[in-house]
Write a protein that binds this ligand. Structure first.
Ligand code: NAI
Length: 286
């Protein structure tokens, strides 16, 4: 009897029909590192075709490669979210490559710490340019394509610093508080337009990512944090929580946040818009 070759090719992850974002095209900014990278990997593992963007070309390429290595569909585009010209180019590339956009995760961010009265106007503007202008530009250029694609979900990554004040991070708080209310207003504009696009903000607490340990990627130079921000943040955290340490006793991981982004990106959250998802171990609960 002749043996019959019946090798079944391993199904790539993206081909799983049960993927929670199967068939969707997703764009994730700040994808070279931390929460952005974890989000790209999570969305790709759940069936999305992911466009990863960042100013950090090396890290961004690495993220896309990691997603592909695990069977996902992902590509990288170099992108400064503070540049409107870059946003036009990115959206044009998404149209050319995929013809649609269903999920936009405005995640790229920087944190410039320091006393308000010592902060240079340049650093203040840079903080807002990346964290707030970047989100505005993403919505401005991404939502029309999402609307033409039949609707979708925008997830704007804010912070618990966008919910409560934070001595030493006033510029960062201003940018993240702006993201929170901008998201709600745009959500209502989209609802009024019946364009099928939902918009929500997401508020991580203390998440263990490189944002705390390196300033290498921050484009504006002086005033960016490293250990200093960690100290400021811990101090702010203690003030917010009114007790030592975060309630669950440890920092979150980028994957903890990516899981929340996945929910908001998927149709499981189809009745959720203008809302805010807090992933902070209960830090702002008290
Ligand atoms: P991260 O530093 O690991 O990643 C941020 C990414 O944004 C980097 O890859 C960086 O190259 C990119 N980026 C910076 N400026 C950019 C620009 N102009 N254009 C495009 N990309 C740019 O930090 P992490 O923690 O992953 O931060 C992601 C988001 O989460 C940020 O918006 C941050 O403010 C927010 N967040 C983080 C928290 C944490 O504890 N890690 C807490 C609350 C909010």
């Amino acid at each position: 009897m002749t043996a019959v070759a019946c090798a079944v090719p391993e199904r790539p992850v993206w081909d799983r029909a049960g993927g929670r974002v199967f068939g969707k095209v997703a764009l994730v900014t700040g994808a070279a590192s931390g929460i952005g990278r974890a989000t790209v990997l999570r969305l790709a593992a759940e069936g999305a075709t992911v466009v990863a963007t960042d100013i950090d070309t090396q890290g961004g390429e690495e993220t896309a490669r990691l997603a592909r290595d695990t069977g996902g569909r992902a590509m990288f585009i170099a992108h400064d979210v503070a540049s409107e010209a870059d946003w036009r180019d990115v959206i044009d590339t998404v149209i050319a490559a995929h013809g649609a956009l269903h999920v936009l995760v405005n995640n790229a961010g920087i944190a410039l710490a320091g006393d308000t009265f010592a902060m240079s106007h340049e650093n203040w503007r840079r903080q807002l340019a990346v964290n707030l202008d970047g989100v505005f530009l993403g919505v401005k250029h991404g939502v029309p394509l999402m609307s033409r694609s039949g609707g979708g979900s925008v997830v704007n990554v804010s912070s618990i610093a966008g919910l409560v004040g934070d001595p030493g991070l006033a510029g960062y708080s201003a940018s993240k508080g702006g993201v929170r209310l901008f998201s709600k207003s745009v959500a209502l504009e989209c609802a009024r337009a019946r364009n099928g696009v939902r918009v929500n903000s997401l508020h991580p607490g203390v998440i263990d990512t490189p944002i705390w340990t390196t300033n290498a990627r921050a484009p504006s130079g002086g005033g960016t944090v490293m250990a200093g921000l960690m100290r400021l943040w811990r101090r702010a955290v203690l003030g917010v929580a009114g007790r030592a340490g975060v309630p669950l006793g440890h920092a979150g991981t980028a994957a903890d946040v990516a899981n929340g982004i996945l929910y908001l990106a998927s149709d499981e959250s189809r009745y959720v818009t203008g809302s805010e998802l807090v992933i902070d171990s209960g830090l702002t609960a008290a």
